[in-house]
Design a protein around this ligand. Structure first.
Ligand SMILES: CSCCC(=O)/C(O)=C/O
Ligand SMILES: [Fe+2]
Length: 185
């Protein structure tokens, strides 16, 4: 996984959109409770069916639901519509948990100053975006990612497009981040 601040150009969303010069974002900055609360693990995607690390993580975090999605023009029905939907800035009322089993793609998240950070996930990367965090997804130039989608209980995929500043899950997100920051002091 690599992450960087994005430029504001309107060019193809599948391009990296680096600043000039590039400004990378560390994993500590992404996961820090004072910042975004984005979690990340690297696992062996070739062994996901039997991987004890994935099993333990799922048990610890209660991820008892799984399914698979391949985002590519020839594999995802209604691809053009879906890719537009994924790229609308939105929140969910639950975590967004994605384990990249093959290919690669970009999850964009807002930092605390509302600047876009682009997170590039590749095979073996698993990320968790906290409930209520503004984000979007796009394929990269390879136009191909296969991901496992995990969930606690029955999945609720509903995206709530921005603005959602008064949505109760936003208040929960901020209080969770502040609480985690306080207990780490
Ligand atoms: C590679 S997962 C597809 C994108 C998605 O599921 C989502 O919810 C984006 O926000
Ligand atoms: Fe989403």
């Amino acid at each position: 996984m690599k992450a960087w601040y994005m430029d504001s150009s309107c060019e193809d969303q599948r391009l990296p959109h680096h600043l000039d010069p590039p400004q990378y974002v560390s994993e500590e900055h992404l996961s820090g409770p004072a910042e975004l609360g984005v979690l990340h693990w690297v696992m062996n995607a070739d062994e996901y069916e039997t991987d004890p690390q994935l099993k333990k993580l799922r048990e610890e975090r209660g991820y008892d639901y799984e399914d698979f999605i391949t985002v590519s023009p020839d594999k995802l029905p209604n691809y053009e519509h879906k890719i537009k939907t994924f790229y609308e800035e939105h929140i969910h009322t639950d975590e967004e948990i994605r384990y990249c089993l093959d290919g690669s793609g970009y999850f964009d998240v807002r930092d605390s100053d509302d600047r876009w950070i682009r997170i590039w996930v590749e095979k073996g990367d698993m990320i968790v975006l906290p409930a209520g965090s503004y984000h979007r997804f796009t394929n990269d130039e390879t136009n191909y990612i296969k991901a496992m989608r995990l969930f606690v209980g029955a999945p609720i995929w509903t995206p709530y497009n921005r603005p959602q500043d008064d949505h109760p899950i936003r208040a929960s997100l901020f209080s969770n981040l502040h609480f985690q920051a306080a207990i780490r002091l």
